[in-house]
Write a protein that binds this ligand. Structure first.
Ligand SMILES: NC(=O)c1ccc[n+]([C@@H]2O[C@H](COP(=O)([O-])OP(=O)(O)OC[C@H]3O[C@@H](n4cnc5c(N)ncnc54)[C@H](OP(=O)(O)O)[C@@H]3O)[C@@H](O)[C@H]2O)c1
Length: 289
């Protein structure tokens, strides 16, 4: 192929300097010919990732990659990223996340994994800078968390919330460790609830942005910094199929949550790859969303 070809869709990936995000940026640019905006909160780490992908691209592939410095935990950084991106992207992938082996506090985990995604979505959709899709990188820890909640809350945590305030109200009891919802809070230091509420927020974005296709997905159990590189046998390059399905697949519904095998999955228990696809029903009663 010639280096003169026009790059494919522009896609912004947060946390693109490391792990799954970096593998995704590499695949999108090198294998799929996309114009990748590689988000990184640290400019030097971002530049290193961009340069390594550019080396692979060489002169003969149609894809391209450039750095966008963005710390999703900082409003001013997100505003700067909006200015840097300038014109609409085909898709925004909210991949940046923290918790587990990163050693972040529960507050930082929720601020990054939930509020950070909201900052990005509000800022970019507010300026009309997403034309087609939003993909939120969730986790099986989300449904795992919900499955440990009392039953009525499991239903609440499986359907479209009224508004953002309703999501914050679900967060409050867990934050101060009260009984009930809080009792399920998280031996994972805020990680499970952050990802459970990210799935819920995905339903809300889908409702409020009917022209966009919005999804949340689990990348699977992948050997990266966030898990301390212990345990999982799969490397970062194997953490992208569900994200790419959400980016390019013919999806039946907006707001849905997908497992790492790219099949629709429930909010209230963890469905493993190989198990039947979820039909969107909770306890035979509640249709989702
Ligand atoms: N690995 C798994 O098994 C697994 C399973 C389920 C879900 N996930 C999710 O997959 C996503 C990617 O994680 P990973 O496994 O690839 O781990 P990782 O290699 O540790 O990558 C995390 C990325 O998020 C970035 N990040 C953290 N806080 C940020 C902030 N405030 N602003 C911007 N970027 C920030 C990190 O940047 P720095 O390099 O600057 O720290 C890094 O680029 C996360 O959302 C994670 O929750 C992973």
């Amino acid at each position: 192929m010639s280096g003169q070809q026009t790059p494919g869709p522009r896609i912004l990936v947060t946390g693109g300097n490391s792990g799954i995000g970096r593998a995704l940026c590499r695949q999108l640019a090198v294998e799929d010919g996309c114009h990748v905006l590689l988000g990184s909160r640290d400019a030097a780490r971002g530049r290193a990732a961009v340069e390594s992908i550019r080396r692979e691209l060489g002169a003969n592939r149609p894809g391209s990659v450039e750095l966008v410095v963005v710390d999703v935990a900082r409003e001013d950084s997100v505003v700067s990223a909006v200015k840097a991106v300038g014109s609409p992207v085909y898709a925004l992938v909210n991949n940046a996340g923290t918790g587990l082996a990163h050693g972040a506090s529960p507050e930082q985990v929720i601020d990054t994994n939930l509020y950070g995604v909201r900052r990005m979505v509000e800022a970019f959709t507010g300026q009309g800078l997403v034309s087609s899709r939003i993909v939120n990188v969730g986790s099986g820890s989300g449904p795992g968390y919900v499955s440990r909640c009392p039953l009525p809350l499991q239903a609440t945590l499986s359907k479209t919330p009224a508004d953002w305030q309703a999501i914050e109200e679900l967060l409050a009891p867990a934050a101060d460790g009260r009984s009930g919802f809080g009792s399920a809070a998280d031996h994972n230091g805020g990680y499970g609830i952050s990802k459970a509420l990210l799935s819920l927020y995905t339903l809300l974005i889908a409702r409020d942005h009917p022209r966009l296709m919005v999804s949340c997905c689990s990348p699977g159990w992948i050997r990266t910094d966030i898990v301390g590189h212990h345990g999982p046998s799969k490397g970062p390059e194997e953490g992208t199929p569900a994200i790419k399905h959400c980016l390019f697949g013919e999806l039946e519904g907006s707001g849905w949550y997908y497992g790492s095998d790219a099949l629709r999955s429930p909010y209230h228990f963890m469905r493993n790859p190989g198990e039947p696809e979820w039909d969107g029903v909770v306890d035979g009663v509640v249709g989702i969303p």
